[in-house]
Design a protein around this ligand. Structure first.
Ligand code: GDG
Length: 745
């Protein structure tokens, strides 16, 4: 039997390429992601798909490369110069990166680059396909360069477990909206089953984009996409804690750290490590450092700022400009404030071995992270992990994802030079016992939520989601479920069909009056009712006058206003006259007050209920006002024996003596059926699902939490299920022409 396989996909493969003695050598990367996923992709059968970095175009070498990479379980996706330019530099780094880091003015929208981004995502999808994955395999896609890939993989493998993790922030939907291709990007992500981010805010921003831009229904953090439940969740990435902590304790690193300190004459050592990027707030930090030297001349010669900038993306114009700007700022500060024996800033534009990084972390009295925006920021966690045995203070931007976890760091707004300056002063002067206490809390967090833990909980959740989806599939009305319902249908002689109206028989209309029955709906209902063994009950919250207008001439039983009115058995309307309506005065007053504040909201008065509709109100505002309305109404509810219903874009208040459950049971008591079918989409239909006898077949429209046994995905599917029963009549009539049993009915 074929083993289950895990496929990791990211823009870059986790390796470094070195040419020694004329031969290419591939050295696995030591980066956080590579370490965390090492235990997964290095297992036999598993693979990591990505761009290997430079590869000479000559084919012979390409074959050689493939063979060597295969030994490391790595599958290369080779990219041409043009592809790299359009997909990576052009689209990923000149549209997605700036927008996702709130730098709207840096974005360069170029349609050709968008097409190349699509094309390269497709290329990655083909590379995955070449691995001939099975539907039981797991795929984990990483980061913003591959936002379209989840859906591309999904199209080929409908039931595969697909996870996506975004390492950079997700912006508020109003910012995300600026991207001309925003809908396609979200749809691409929604191919995944689990879409994860570093922080709660990123997750909320993504969910808002799904509802505000695509109008997708959402329940907590779950979206329903083509019949599949997709979850957006928070998984803050960790680091390899043990590696950094053990390195920091090793004799060699301790020794190197002492050398560094001595070299800088045991001055207070402030460490900054960043990839060259405008999101890291390097310029702002240098300004804050200058302001510290200006405001506190007594600190001159007593401190040193060690700034390591790792070269990155320097072919993108913004990055080249930034590099020049840093050069100028460092030169300016060193030339103005420096003295013979003292340079205020030690600046390196370079990449160092991990051991050197570790020695710097150990040596640093302060680690200063001032990202203007950062998905997580691993540098600050690496610093914390290196501080088990020696004191240190972390100054951390509140706009880095890590700030949500490292609450004991001194947190600063990176745009405030004053705050950074004050934080630096506080850090430099912090007593050692306070340093230790604060650092200890951070250490515990970084230790526990390390990168292996992150990988483990992500995969556990992905598998859990897959099994939730399977359970949902079992509840979904598909052919097997239909077969078993059909069997019960055929065996019955007296059947009742409870059909909710809005959202079930007819789709959602902004204008409630426009939702009148269509010709085809009339035909379906007529066909169903034409079997003498079938009785339709239209059970709705609508006023009885409306139901009378639409269905008064039919033989259906009609139940209006959640049971306040009904027209059976004699086909004339009677209401529940004993029910008090005194409560309507205060409730109407409150509802009117809110309708006057909310354009598009209206109050509907029915005999025994009041409804506050906000279908036509501004998206989001209607929701907010409806919540305020519910809060204002709450105190009236128990005193007057009322029930408050939160339906689809409507808040309804009615006497609790009335509900669809009680109304349906009255019909059952009168009609005595041997087959009951009930279908509805709303909270009001839940009463019906709960009260009907256990053997009733209850169906919810939409895959939401419900007391119903089954669900159909959409209103259209609801009608086609009813149509299925209606056509069943035809089969039955022809099949049973010779059947005395049915002819009797
Ligand atoms: C993205 C998100 C998110 C740095 N200099 C050297 C070196 N490094 C290593 C650090 C650290 C890594 O590079 C940088 O990670 P960050 O998290 O700080 O930033 P990004 O590269 O922008 O990463 C970020 C991250 O993805 C993970 O999800 O945290 O928000 O932007 O590990 O140690 N490593 C070596 N030499 C150096 O000179 N060997």
């Amino acid at each position: 039997m074929r083993n289950k396989k895990t496929i990791i996909i990211s823009n870059r493969l986790p390796l470094r390429v070195e040419r020694r003695d004329g031969e290419l050598h591939f050295i696995p990367s030591e980066g956080g992601l590579a370490t965390g996923l090492g235990s997964i992709y290095q297992q036999e059968g598993n693979i990591w798909v990505g761009w290997p970095g430079f590869v000479p175009e000559n084919e012979q070498e390409e074959i050689l490369t493939r063979a060597k990479l295969a030994e490391l379980n790595l599958v290369p996706v080779f990219l041409t110069e043009e592809e790299l330019q359009g997909y990576y530099e052009g689209f990923s780094n000149e549209v997605l990166w700036p927008i996702f880091h709130y730098r709207l003015s840096y974005a360069v929208y170029n349609t050709d680059n968008w097409h190349i981004y699509q094309q390269v995502n497709r290329k990655f999808a083909e590379a995955v396909n070449e691995q001939q994955p099975g539907d039981k395999d797991d795929v984990w896609i990483h980061d913003y360069q591959l936002m379209l890939l989840p859906q591309m993989v999904r199209e080929q493998h409908p039931s595969m477990a697909i996870g996506y993790f975004q390492h950079i922030p997700f912006p508020p939907d109003e910012v995300f909206r600026c991207i001309p291709w925003r809908d396609e990007l979200i749809k691409g992500l929604l191919g995944a089953d689990l879409i994860a981010f570093h922080t709660y805010n990123d997750t909320q921003h993504f969910l808002n984009a799904c509802t505000h831009l695509l109008g997708l229904p959402i329940q907590n953090n779950c979206l329903h996409v083509d019949g599949r439940s997709v979850y957006a969740e928070v998984y803050p990435m960790g680091i390899d804690f043990d590696k950094f902590s053990q390195l920091a304790k090793s004799a060699a690193i301790q020794e190197r750290s002492r050398e560094i300190k001595n070299y800088y004459k045991n001055r207070k050592f402030i460490l900054c490590i960043d990839r060259l990027d405008y999101s890291k707030g390097i310029i702002e930090r240098l300004q804050a450092y200058e302001s510290l030297l200006q405001e506190h001349p007594e600190l001159r010669e007593k401190i040193v700022l060690y700034q390591l900038v790792v070269p990155s993306r320097d072919t993108v114009p913004q990055y080249r400009l930034l590099r020049d700007e840093i050069d100028r700022a460092v030169g300016h500060i060193n030339s103005i404030y420096g003295m013979n024996e003292w340079q205020p800033i030690a600046y390196y534009y370079n990449s160092f071995p991990l051991e050197e990084l570790s020695a710097l972390y150990v040596a640093a009295d302060v680690c200063l992270v001032t990202s203007i925006r950062d998905g997580m920021n691993l540098v600050c966690k690496e610093y914390v992990a290196s501080k088990e045995d020696n004191p240190g203070v972390l100054v951390l931007s509140e706009l880095a994802g890590a700030s949500k976890e490292l609450l004991e760091a001194i947190q600063v707004n990176p745009n405030s030079i004053d705050q950074i300056r004050q934080a630096l002063k506080q850090a430099i002067e912090m007593p050692e016992d306070e340093q230790q206490r604060r650092m200890q809390d951070s250490i515990e967090i970084v230790r526990k939520f390390n990168v292996r833990h992150w990988v483990k909980i992500f995969f556990n959740r992905l598998h859990e989601i897959k099994s939730l989806q399977k359970q949902e599939m079992a509840r979904r009305v598909r052919s097997e479920v239909k077969d078993s319902i059909s069997k019960a249908y055929r065996e019955a002689k007296k059947r009742l069909f409870f059909l909710d109206y809005d959202g079930t028989l007819i789709g959602f209309h902004k204008d409630a009056d426009a939702a009148s029955p269509t010709e085809s709906l009339y035909r379906t209902l007529e066909l169903l009712q034409s079997n003498p063994a079938n009785q339709i009950v239209i059970i709705s919250g609508r006023p009885h006058e409306t139901l009378e207008r639409w269905f008064g001439k039919k033989d259906y039983f009609l139940v209006a206003e959640h049971g306040a009115w009904s027209n059976y058995p004699e086909h004339h309307w009677h209401g529940k006259n004993h029910i008090s309506t005194r409560w309507k005065i205060p409730v109407k007053h409150i509802m009117n007050k809110f309708a006057n504040r909310t354009a598009g909201a209206i109050v509907e008065e029915k005999t025994y209920s009041l409804a506050w509709h906000y279908r036509k109100a501004q998206n989001g505002l209607g929701q907010l006002r409806s919540q305020e309305l519910v809060d204002s109404l709450r105190y009236l509810i128990p005193d007057h024996g009322l029930q408050l219903l939160m339906g689809d874009k409507v808040i309804e208040v009615k006497s609790s003596e009335l509900n669809k459950g009680k109304a349906a049971m009255e019909v059952v008591a009168h009609y005595k059926p041997d087959f009951i079918f009930a279908i509805g989409d709303d909270a009001t239909d839940e009463d019906m699902f709960l009260e009907l006898p256990e053997e009733a077949i209850t169906v919810k429209v939409g895959n939401k939490k419900s007391a119903a046994q089954y669900y159909v995905e959409s209103q259209e599917e609801a009608v086609s299920l009813i149509d299925y029963f209606a056509t069943e009549n035809l089969d039955e009539t022809s099949a049973d022409n010779n059947n005395a049993h049915f002819q009797k009915l």
